[in-house]
Design a protein around this ligand. Structure first.
Ligand code: ADP
Ligand code: MG
Length: 324
């Protein structure tokens, strides 16, 4: 399939966003912008580095790559609208594989009413997929990491570590005696970005949000550093699924803090606004759990602490927990 035929095939028969003036088919796409603030993000996935054929099939690769981008927009509290796709296609990749990648993206795009408005297609050595997403949010309503304040509740959505457990099952084969493996595997292959939940929090005046792409330990540090605060987490409050609880305790602990790609949200909000966050979660079918609070101490800015069995330790950004 040449580039021309591919473009003909991936072009949507009709577009979903009324603000789109010109989609695929000219030198660039054109859309009309309202008074909203425009939010944009991009993410790149390289074969053998970010995925392998063992961990995702082509359809899931497309799905997951777009989900990661949508999750970034969700973590800004914004509405995803458009996306562009750059793809590097090696010679050994078949046409149907390429079409599967695009149809995985289209599944999510149709669900969230996104339009594919452009991209670039080139050949190369390694399969690579890079997506750029464009969204919008009412003026001043984008959600930043830098607004956490002392006394805030720290919360997360869903359960943590499941995608990492799913990845492990995929890498090590599925002969392990784990019940409901598919739930974990699905969390890795088809994560669900928290778009509607984050948007439903728009009435809140102040809310720090981050999506969990690298592990909650890392994302908590990002909030602590950006907001100039310390964060205190109660270990026993960190929500993990029944499925994850079947793994050895040490693995549960590692994955809930450092296992990435759950694409859940972590945030901080004033104690008086927290009930609204909980209620919004209930309405949306999203579990919201308080896991700790924001503190301020001149000496501990940018740090994250966990209390476990009444012992308080510093949580590192990546990989291990050491005593304070
Ligand atoms: P140009 O030479 O003007 O850059 P191209 O021939 O590369 O145009 O692309 C033609 C049209 O197809 C453009 O609208 C471009 O955005 C779109 N397009 C090309 N590759 C992709 C892709 N992988 N995904 C989505 N749109 C694409
Ligand atoms: Mg081009």
């Amino acid at each position: 399939m040449n580039e021309f035929d591919l473009i003909k095939k991936i072009k949507q028969p009709s577009y979903r966003q009324s603000s789109l003036i010109k989609g695929i088919g000219d030198d660039a796409a054109v859309f009309h912008s309202s008074n909203n603030d425009i939010v944009t993000a991009t993410d790149t996935f390289v074969d053998q580095i970010h995925f392998t054929s063992k961990t995702v099939n082509p359809w899931q690769l497309g799905y997951r790559a777009l989900a990661a981008n949508i999750s970034d927009v969700a973590a800004m509290g914004a509405d995803p609208l458009f996306y562009l796709v750059n793809i590097v296609i090696p010679k050994h990749i078949t046409d149907s594989t390429v079409m599967d990648i695009f149809s995985g993206m289209e599944r999510l795009a149709s669900h969230y009413h996104l339009d594919l408005i452009g991209g670039d297609t080139v050949s190369g050595e390694q399969l690579m997929l890079s997506i750029t997403i464009i969204g919008s949010v009412p003026p001043g309503k984008a959600r930043y990491r830098s607004v956490a304040l002392e006394g805030d509740v720290v919360f997360v959505t869903g359960t943590l570590g499941d995608a990492r457990a799913g990845l492990q099952l995929l890498l090590q084969g599925t002969d392990q005696k784990i019940q409901r493996k598919n739930k974990l595997i699905q969390k890795h292959q088809q994560p669900e970005p928290r778009v509607l939940f984050a948007q439903a929090l728009q009435p809140l005046k102040r809310l720090a949000l981050n999506d969990i792409s690298d592990g909650v330990a890392n994302e908590l540090h990002e909030i602590a550093v950006a907001s100039n605060v310390a964060i205190e987490i109660q270990d026993e409050l960190v929500p993990i699924s029944e499925e994850l609880q079947q793994f050895p305790k040490a693995q549960q602990d590692e994955w809930k803090y450092f296992g990435g790609e759950d694409f859940e949200l972590v945030g901080t909000v004033s104690r008086s606004d927290f009930p609204y966050v909980k209620k919004t979660g209930q309405k949306q079918g999203v579990k919201v759990t308080e896991i700790g609070s924001v503190a301020y101490n001149r000496n501990n800015v940018g740090k994250v602490f966990i209390t476990k069995n009444k012992e308080r330790k510093q949580l590192e950004k990546h990989g291990y927990i050491h005593r304070s």
